[in-house]
Design a protein around this ligand. Structure first.
Ligand SMILES: Nc1ncnc2c1ncn2[C@@H]1O[C@H](COP(=O)(O)OP(=O)(O)OP(=O)(O)O)[C@@H](O)[C@H]1O
Ligand SMILES: [Mg+2]
Length: 290
């Protein structure tokens, strides 16, 4: 992983290194207050997950684990099912006409399709950032706290504190602090995407799904968002769809390659790019199919 992005902004810490993915604290005091204590090592697990639209099978029998605090990149040609897979993980496909699934998705060991499960709470735990920034038609400040209010995580003056904290976290505070009541639509595309990221983070998700989050951004904003993602990862589990293979290499610990309805190969990012096991993976990562 590159560490050059730390030069983009003094507010973004250097890239996460592999050392931070080492097993959790051994200090008994730290271990006792570790919020992930007692949780499964994998934040998300898919078991025999098959996804269909009508009669058409999009992906077959995906068995996959997403380690807590890791960044996984989903790569593959257009139409290979990356978005379908991603959107399944917080049940965004449930209402899509013709969508059917077999198998299961476990979040912290429990099925996301458990009867009676609170969908709003699932979406709070498993947040999402889309390709195009989608601020709500309300002020910048209200955008950040929209989910916080809906989930009654904070109220009144606390909302201002949350807004500032999250805007600082994504490095937007200094550029918007004097216009918190303004419309977000006058912000640049990159700033709008950071605002959406602040909004997603404000509700305290455990997993963040990102579908080509930088494909509508300029290179500087892209680099900035990549640095942020690396900084977020130890506390969050990130799953990122990208067409940008260089980005997958820079950002992710683990990569999944989808092709022709299958998860062809997955593994540590360096292995998948430098020592692909499958000839289709090799053709894709060397730019010969795509
Ligand atoms: N709502 C839908 N109804 C029917 N088919 C769909 C629907 N959404 C997606 N598909 C089909 O599912 C397949 C996978 O689509 P998906 O959007 O997951 O691909 P993708 O890998 O994200 O592609 P891209 O890189 O272009 O975003 C495609 O053949 C697509 O046409
Ligand atoms: Mg897609």
């Amino acid at each position: 992983m590159a560490d050059d992005a730390s030069t983009t902004s003094p507010q973004v810490a250097p890239a996460v290194t592999e050392a931070k993915l080492a097993p959790g604290p051994v200090d008994p005091v730290l271990a006792a207050i570790d919020p992930d204590r007692g949780r499964p090592a994998d934040a998300v697990v898919t078991r025999g997950l098959t996804l269909r639209f009508g009669e058409k099978t999009i992906l077959s029998s995906i068995d996959m684990q997403f380690a807590r605090g890791s960044i996984t990149a989903l790569i593959g040609p257009t139409g290979s099912g990356k978005s379908t897979f991603l959107r399944t993980l917080n049940r965004m496909n449930d209402k899509v006409q013709g969508f059917r699934y077999e198998g299961d998705v476990l979040l912290d060991g429990a099925s996301i399709w458990t009867p009676g499960l609170d969908l709003l709470n699932l979406r709070r735990r498993v947040g999402m950032l889309f390709q195009r920034p989608n601020p709500f038609p309300m002020s910048i400040r209200d955008n950040v706290v929209a989910g916080v209010k809906a989930h009654r995580i904070a109220k009144g003056k606390q909302l201002d504190v949350v807004a500032e904290q999250r805007l600082r976290e994504v490095g937007l505070w200094d550029s918007v602090k004097d216009r918190l009541g303004d419309s977000p639509f006058r912000l640049s595309g990159g700033q709008q995407q950071l605002l959406c990221l602040a909004r997603a983070l404000a509700v305290g998700p455990e997993v963040l799904l990102l579908d080509e989050p930088t494909s509508s951004l300029d290179p500087i904003s892209t680099e900035y968002v990549e640095a942020l993602l690396r900084q977020l990862a130890p506390a969050l589990t990130l799953i990122v769809v990208t067409h940008n293979l260089a980005q997958a290499r820079r950002v992710s610990h683990h990569t999944m390659f989808f092709y022709d309805g299958h998860l062809v190969e997955h593994g540590p990012t360096d292995d998948l790019f430098e020592r692909p096991k499958d000839p289709q993976t090799e053709r894709y990562v060397t730019g010969r199919i795509g």
